[in-house]
Design a protein around this ligand. Structure first.
Ligand SMILES: Nc1ncnc2c1ncn2[C@@H]1O[C@H](COP(=O)(O)OP(=O)(O)O)[C@@H](O)[C@H]1O
Ligand SMILES: [Mg+2]
Length: 313
């Protein structure tokens, strides 16, 4: 497992990371969220031993990243921000180089390259210069170098950044496939990625953890959690429906939007949807659709990170 204890990093006068503590267990895919400049990359660089903390400690599977750096780094695969360097190399020569740095002899290197080539679907591009590859394939080469030594821990800094929707989907599927029996820490500012990939979401703002819970719990914090949308067949029905619905005790607010009514519940106990559905049947409302929301992560994210910055100032 990973234990991060009171990590702090100063660049000059102000802290980029300011007292971050958490631990991660095998099987967890931890999503690291936060606005630009929140300290995600800096935290990841300290966890992987690429920069030294001003204060605090990191232990990776029992090895301290400062005092036992080589053992700790053997257990970690790291995909830094952006695309890999070595543009003039081919994936085969680049991966061979990384495998050599990781201490594999020649025949082991061949085996390791074959293994990660298969996992990352690099068969067709192994001997093509990296600079000529699409962004999606470059990212896969980056992931391949991160897993060449089959590490217990994967630290991936914005692995889907800059990819098109299909490439994003592919890379997410790969990460999910890799995550079995590993610890994965992935930073992202794409909120849908957190529900799609992560088992846990840690939100950073101004170098501090401002939220640590499951993606579902995050959705439950939304004002729109269990909100019910009624799609109407005709705008004429709107005023009568709004009045009936506003009078319900279960209702906190009603928002009108063209042919849709968004009903926000007073309590998050799951009672609003069945109630509205019964009411619609009793009143004979002509509905084109009726559905319940899980919640809006963008709204939760904004309110949590804004609170974080208020605490700072
Ligand atoms: N090498 C550096 N020198 C000075 N400031 C830095 C350096 N690296 C990061 N920072 C600053 O630290 C803060 C956190 O940056 P970073 O960890 O990259 O955030 P994130 O990855 O969440 O966008 C930012 O204000 C950034 O400008
Ligand atoms: Mg970053």
């Amino acid at each position: 497992m990973i234990e991060v204890n009171k990590l702090q990093k100063y660049f000059g006068q102000s802290p980029a990371v300011d007292g971050v503590s958490f631990s991660v267990e095998p099987g967890e895919i931890l999503g690291f969220l936060g606005p630009n400049g929140a300290g995600k990359s800096t935290t990841m660089k300290m966890i992987t031993g690429f920069i030294t903390p001003t204060e605090g400690t990191v232990s990776v599977c029992g090895c301290d990243i400062e005092t036992d750096k080589l053992s700790a780094q053997r257990k970690i695969g790291y995909l830094p921000e952006g695309t890999p360097a070595y543009e003039e190399m081919t994936p085969r020569s680049f991966l061979g180089f990384i495998a050599e740095v990781r201490g594999y002899d020649k025949s082991q290197r061949v085996d390791r390259i074959a293994a990660v080539t298969e996992t990352m679907g690099l068969e067709g591009v192994l001997d093509q210069r990296i600079e000529t590859l699409s962004k999606g394939f470059k990212r896969r080469v980056g992931l391949a170098q991160a897993i060449i030594h089959d590490p217990k821990v994967l630290v991936l800094d914005e692995p889907t950044d800059g990819l098109d929707p299909n490439q994003k989907h592919q890379v997410r599927e790969m990460i999910r496939g890799l995550s079995r029996d590993k610890i994965v820490i992935i930073s992202t500012h794409i909120l849908e990625e957190v529900t799609a990939v992560c088992t846990r979401a840690v939100i950073l703002a101004n170098g501090k953890i401002v939220s640590d819970c499951t993606p579902r719990e995050l959705e439950e914090k939304s004002r729109y959690h269990q909100a019910v949308t009624l799609a109407l067949e005709s705008a004429e029905d709107m005023p009568a429906l709004v009045e009936k619905i506003q009078n319900l005790d279960l209702v906190n607010a009603v928002e009108e939007n063209e042919l849709e009514l968004l009903v926000i519940p007073e309590h998050k106990d799951g009672s609003l949807l069945p109630h509205i559905s019964n009411l619609a049947r009793e009143e004979g409302w002509q509905l084109a659709g009726l559905f319940q929301e899980k919640g809006r992560l963008d709204e939760v994210f904004r309110s949590i990170t804004a609170e974080g910055s208020h605490a700072e100032h």
